[in-house]
Design a protein around this ligand. Structure first.
Ligand code: 4AD
Ligand code: MG
Length: 477
């Protein structure tokens, strides 16, 4: 007999068939009803045991968290809330779980507590739903690029350059940190290090992706990236996953079209394929809302929000227009921004981004043409000499979800920008080569995968959408 997942058993018509199933006990009620889950669906299957025929010692071992192997008959359920149930004919305990010490009790746990038990938290409904959605979104991303003629490029994890020029890197060395040799100038001498030079974990695969776009045309990377920014916020991780498409012969307008089309596609994919999990998370948020004061409640439910984003155009606004709006606005009658923008050229804080998206435009916003001074060296300088063809996409509840740009394709301008930001040409000689040999207009963007998962699941802390979060002072698992 082929064993089937609980998802298959519940969604198909196998009534009155023999079944063979393995999973973990969620609850065991009245010595009779096992709620069993195998991770394939948010729903448990009810397994009914005939306790009179079962050995007392065996009954005691059917506890929350135990792994069991059940054989039985799938029949129409007498109880409410499920169509089918299993009449158990044999039960075998695969792995016991001590009910006294098992951390995931059948009750509501705080997310803080569950973070400390990240190795077991996916046995709860919320986290299993989030992680199934995370998996589905990854698949949808690959599917989108595959259907649109992109090649998947594996850019390196260990790099010899700083792609963002922001200096927020984790150093990689095989030398004993305590005995790092110094050169005459008193700096660490990396010539004896494994790679013979200073290396770090990548902050972005963009520069390497650009080299592939300039040969394969349309490419993307999807991999882990690392940032040593010491920001302990609900939207930053030290290790996060980034999706970075890069396209030759595409300008900033094409980049915006691509980003919008791509975001809508992946969100539509989960609306179509992950309905049960989304409904569960939607209900969770509505219940949470009921405990909040009226003015802090969500205006739309999770599923309404996802539908809204996929059905409406993103608003495209230049940085300069945004600054004008922000100068004239106060977020509400009583409160001003914590940081008041006075001058053109100031970087936006997340309070401003959230205001534009959630209060002013009330839809996703693509901000473009930022001041050159607050953006990375590789962005295409506009003819005004002071703005660059950058774009950030801001989402409700999230703020910045995508950062991208048309790239500077002119060798002389790129060199000037690197000099102005103290990036040595010898570090990026290969990047400059792209501008020497067959240079062309090209553009791309980076989507923070965890921020997408936050938006898609309604989770409010980024630590709850990645299996094992890495944040300052935290790499327990
Ligand atoms: O805006 P960023 O820094 O852009 C780049 O890295 C470009 N090289 C991308 C490109 O054009 N190919 O990062 C892109 C996105 C952000 O918009 C955000 O969603 C996410 O990556 N991100 C983070 N997510 C979680 N934790 C962090 N510390 C993040 N830093 C950036
Ligand atoms: Mg950014």
């Amino acid at each position: 007999m082929k064993s089937r997942t609980i998802s298959e058993l519940l969604s198909q018509d196998f009534v009155s068939s023999e079944v063979d199933i393995k999973g973990w006990v969620r609850t065991f009620r009245a010595n009779r009803f096992i709620a069993l889950n195998d991770g394939s669906t948010i729903n448990n299957i009810q397994c009914v045991v005939d306790f009179e025929t079962l050995d007392e010692a065996l009954l005691k071992r059917i506890t929350t968290g135990a792994a069991v192997h059940i054989k039985g008959d799938l029949v129409e359920s007498q109880g409410k809330g499920q169509n089918v149930e299993i009449q158990v004919t044999s039960i075998h305990i695969l792995g016991d779980s001590d009910p006294e010490t098992y951390p995931i009790q059948p009750k509501k746990h705080s997310f803080e507590f569950l973070r400390e038990n990240a190795h077991l938290r996916t046995r709860t409904n919320t986290f299993s739903a989030v992680m199934r959605l995370r998996s589905s979104l990854s698949f949808a991303i690959h599917k989108y690029f595959n259907e649109n003629g992109f090649y998947y490029v594996h850019t390196p994890i260990i790099t010899g350059s700083d792609a963002e020029g922001a200096g927020e890197m984790f150093r990689v060395t095989n030398l004993d940190a305590k005995k790092l040799p110094l050169n005459k100038e008193g700096n660490v001498d990396y010539s004896e290090d494994f790679f013979g030079k200073e290396t770090n974990l990548t902050v972005s695969g963009q520069l390497e992706a650009e080299t592939y776009a300039m040969s394969l045309g349309k490419v993307y990377t999807f991999g882990p990236t690392f940032r040593a920014e010491n920001s302990n916020t609900s939207r930053h991780l030290a290790e996060f996953w980034m999706i970075e498409p890069e396209v030759a012969f595409m300008n900033l307008a094409g980049n915006m079209d691509l980003a919008e089309d791509f975001m809508k596609y992946v969100l539509k994919y989960i609306l179509k394929n992950n309905h049960e999990d989304l409904e569960f998370l939607d209900k969770r948020l509505q219940d949470e809302d009921k405990t909040k004061p009226q003015n802090e409640r969500n205006e739309m439910s999770l599923i309404e929000k996802l539908n809204f984003v996929t059905d409406n155009n993103f608003k495209r606004v230049s940085y300069t227009e945004a600054i004008d709006i922000l100068r004239d606005s106060t977020p509400n009658k009583k409160k001003k921004f914590k940081y008041i923008i006075k001058d053109w050229g100031t970087d936006l804080q997340s309070e401003h981004e959230r205001f534009l998206v959630e209060k002013h435009f009330k839809c996703p916003v693509i901000l473009f043409d930022y001041p050159a001074d607050i953006k990375a060296f590789y962005m295409r300088l506009n003819d005004d000499g002071k703005t660059v063809r950058a774009m950030d996409i801001l989402f409700p509840g999230i703020g910045e979800i995508i950062g991208g740009a048309q790239r500077e394709e002119r060798l002389d301008v790129l060199k000037q920008r690197m000099a102005a930001t103290n990036i040595p040409e010898e570090d990026l000689w290969w990047y400059l080569d792209l501008r020497k040999f067959g240079t062309a207009v090209h553009a791309g963007f980076g989507l923070g995968f965890e921020r997408l998962v936050m938006f898609a699941t309604g989770m409010s802390n980024i630590r709850d959408v990645i299996p094992f979060p890495r944040t300052p002072q935290n790499a327990e698992f």
